[in-house]
Structure formats: C-alpha cells, structure tokens
Ligand binder design. Sequence first.
Ligand code: UDP
Ligand code: MG
Length: 315
Amino acid sequence: MNTPLIEISVVIPMKNEARHLHHTIKTIAGFIAQSTPSYELIVIDDGSEDETWKELLTLRFAIPQLEGIRLSRNFGKERAICSGLEHARGQAVIIMDGDLQHPPELISQMIDAWRSRSVKIVECVKRTRTKEPFSYKLGTRLFYGILHKFTRYDLHGASDFKLLDRQVVEAWLTLPERITFFRGMTAWLGFSRLQIEFDVPPRIEGRTQWQSAMLFKLALSAVVSFTSWPLRFVTFVGVFSFVGAIILGIQTLYMKLAGVASTGFTTVILLLLGMNSIIMLSLGIIGEYIAAIYDEVKSRPRYLISENTMVDHNK
Ligand code: UDP
Ligand code: MG
C-alpha cells in the first residue's frame, strides 16, 4: 500500500443532523486545522431523512477537505463507522460523533499523543455523563459490569471517540464479522494506547437517536460477539436442574413407596413454572447466538452506498 498523503482523516457518522451540520463541521475543521494542514473530513450520512446530504454538499464548496458518503438507508452508527474506516485515507483516523458531544478541543491533544509515536490508539473516555435518565445510567453500568466480569474488557466510560493509527485501521479492517461493536473490537485488537478523559457536553441540538430497544440490541450483539459465556451458563443451568430433578425424583419415588405421597400441588406448579422459564430463557439465549451466526453466514455487505463524493478523485 502506498503511504497515504493525508495525515489525518476524521470520520463523522451523522443521521438527521442537518440543522447544525455547518456549525459542527466548521468547528471540527477549525480545530483540526490548528494541528495539521493535511486532513480530510468524511461525513457518513446514515440514511438521514432530513437535509443532511444537501447541507453537506453545500458546505463542500467552503471546505474542500470535506467528503461525504451517503448510505442507501439507515444502517446504524456501527456500520456508518465501518464505511468511514474503509474509505479513510489518512495515516491516522479519528472517529467522532456529529453532534459536538465529543469535544473537538481534544483533537490536537490526540494528534500530539499519536505523533509522539508512543501510541497507536488514543481513546477518549467519558469522565461524567450528561444528564441521562437514571435507567440509562443503570443500564450502561450493568451492561459494562457484566461485560467486564465475563470478558477481559473493561469498557466503563468507553466512547467511540478515538484516534487509530493506520496500522490499527488496517488490522480492524481484517476482522470479517458483519455485526460489529466498534468499542469492543478496538479493545480486542490490542496495540499501545493512551486514554484521555473528557466530560460529555450536552447535545448541540436535537435529541439522542438511541431508543431503549436499539440500545438493548447493541448490548445484546456486544455480549453475543464478545463472550460465549451465556451459552455455558445455559449448560450449567441444565446440569444443575438435572441434578435437582434426580434428587426430587428419588424423593418422590421414596414417598410413593413409603405410602406417604402427598397431594403436592404447589410443588408441581412451582416446578413447572420454574422449569419452563429456565427452558424458555435458555432457548432464547441459544436463539440469540444462532441469529448472530445466521447473520454472519449470510455474509451480506455491512452497508450499501448510494452516493460518494470520494469516488471522483479516489480512483
Ligand atoms: N448516528 C448515526 N446513525 C444512527 C444513529 C446515530 O450515524 O442510526 C450518529 C448521530 O448522528 C451522531 C452519533 O451517531 O453523530 C451519535 O448519536 P447520538 O448523539 O444520537 O447518540 P448518543 O450521543 O446519545 O450516544
Ligand atoms: Mg450524541
């Protein structure tokens, strides 16, 4: 591969951010220009229903370093990031949100750390969270807690705001899975890294695009792709209830033979309820893994592009 001529690529996934796109991109461009003259900004329009793409094309007249990739529909932030990483040409790639919740002031610090060549990944870690609902905070704590307990990865406070060296990007792109979890996958990659803490400012405008159902789906796919522990748990529950069944069976038989068999309705009902729920839960967990395998086996592309400003001068 030729040495890239661009020093820094900034990948920004955006969905329905038209109203403040100019301000956001100009702010980011202003900060990055302080660190390097050689950069590109790649905005991934992740199936926006507003004027995001139009605003982007207009802004390209003012900022020639701005590029846009328009996905054919909403594929989700994870896949938008994938397309950005695949198209970025810089020696290092910064990934950040398009709502200024990832403070662009940190860009120069990230680039300095990378330039000193001591680190391949610079990751920004959330020190505080903005005013999020209590249930959300509890959910993320629980999720990261469970993930940390059963895998080697401690993702507390982790964000997608990262700088990756070209070597790391190339390594990331060799990971073949369709269902990606960017934060977890960069942790899996290894490489030397530095963490910078930051406070999450409130969203510039609009509101978070994540609904509880989507977060739950992301959490689930993260667990499924990072640990097969739930499957082992199912086996464990199976063995445990099998032993219990044997003990209870012996006891029942003994009572029957001794002629003291009681009318144990409660026991029967409790057992039925208990066993059924365990079976359903186990089937559900297995189903999740099968669904993930199915998705991977289909080998569909992670995303599809409808328009791309980079093709003109890329090839
Ligand atoms: N985003 C995206 N596709 C989606 C949802 C969100 O590209 O389906 C973008 C969004 O435009 C923003 C970033 O991902 O730039 C983070 O989204 P958001 O601010 O809604 O999430 P939060 O900050 O609450 O985690
Ligand atoms: Mg946000």
